[in-house]
Design a binder for this molecule. Sequence first.
Ligand SMILES: Nc1ncnc2c1ncn2[C@@H]1O[C@H](COP(=O)(O)OP(=O)(O)OP(=O)(O)O)[C@@H](O)[C@H]1O
Ligand SMILES: [Mg+2]
Length: 235
Amino acid sequence: MAQLICKNVTLGYDGVAVLEDLNFQVNQGDYLCIIGENGTGKTTLMKAILGLRKQMLGEISWSDGVATNEIGYLTQQSEIQREFPASVKEVVFSGFQSKCGLRPFYKKEEKQLATQIMEKLGVDVFAGKCYRELSGGQQQRVLLARALCATQKILFLDEPVTGLDPKVSVEMYDVFQRLNQEDGVTIIMISHDVQTSLEYATHILQIGETIFFGTKEEYVAKLNAEGMCACGCSH
Ligand SMILES: Nc1ncnc2c1ncn2[C@@H]1O[C@H](COP(=O)(O)OP(=O)(O)OP(=O)(O)O)[C@@H](O)[C@H]1O
Ligand SMILES: [Mg+2]
């Protein structure tokens, strides 16, 4: 069933289009990888989908009972975020904020859920530590736990393994895959790693000079037809 539909969407800044006439659909349980070169508009698209920016043209709609405060997301991390002076627990719990409104405390069920999520992602061991004292990989896990407090339905991940070493990257990809396959969480991930995207994704959205949307198999067939292979070479 469709969770998200983007129809004839054009995005841009100050009246200048960055991305034009985009069409795609995400169904519950899909694992969509959005690929494309630097500056092609991937993060802009994610912001529009999250309702943080308005599209210039077209329609972005949610269905299947997804409320806009039920979307978890992990943004491209900035230096400022890395230095955030809060405890790990505070960062994880802040995932509930969009549901709290003005309520100044967390409910018992929320605390239980946060504890379960932290255990699942292995961040419970440093729950009392200061966030900025963690390594990059540990911080990403904490941010993922935060995103999961916001939702168990749909996760947006903007280059979630950037800056992580190969071993930790594989661990993160395994976590995403488990969430997708075992818990049915829909994953929408922006990535520069086409090969890894093809390993895990069910669907590919390529943006930039060429726009493509389809299943992973259709994308591989397109690459083959163009004489390209997934690693970008043309053997
Ligand atoms: N706040 C902004 N105001 C004006 N232009 C912007 C703004 N943010 C991004 N842009 C421009 O929009 C284009 C797309 O940027 P965006 O950040 O979406 O790219 P991206 O595909 O996520 O790139 P990367 O792979 O480097 O993260 C770029 O040309 C960028 O300069
Ligand atoms: Mg980006």
